[in-house]
Ligand binder design. Sequence first.
Ligand code: TZP
Length: 211
Amino acid sequence: MALDRSALRLYLVTDTTLCGSFGVARTVAAAVKGGVTMVQLRDKTATPKKRNELANALKTLLKGTGVPFIVNDDVETAIAVDADGVHVGQDDTPAAVVRARIGADKILGLSCETEETVRAAKQLPVDYLGLGPVFETGTKPDHKPPLSMDGLAKLCGVSGHPTVAIGGLSASHATQVLQAGADGMAVVSAICGQPDPAEAARKISQHLKGA
Ligand code: TZP
């Protein structure tokens, strides 16, 4: 599946702990009803078996919705469940290695936190860049210094790829994120763990449409 950049508009990145007893699969199902356009399974602590089970459940759930399903970092799980793509960070498996393993038809995303890495990505076989964190976030404790909206705009200007902003974002940032030049926003805690994930997604989606 080639990436349609409109899929980056509202990108849900899952967090199993934040989803709590509500569960990741129920959160994703609700969020899709609310209008998310892309979903990434991100679970750095699950055993490979658990991650594979969850990936299978999400792949099944998203079948026929048109919402691409991406697996964070775990290339073998992505291949095993025939996910639509893989997302890697700067310290994960190199993008060229992942591309060789998943093939040309799958989506490959890369996290970039600095201008240097955004420029370097121009030479890499990736389909989109995740730029962030834009703001301070408790969801990724080891994150790099926040970019701010101005920093995000600068990186969007330098990037030759479709981009999605991430980190500390909620519905109120929709207009600014699009004005900064990003194709959309990725969120974790603005949907995962919210009392009504469908409503949370709907609210962000409406803000993005109104932006
Ligand atoms: N990468 C950069 S910030 C972040 C990731 C995975 C976490 C974003 O979480 P939240 O809850 O949307 O701030």
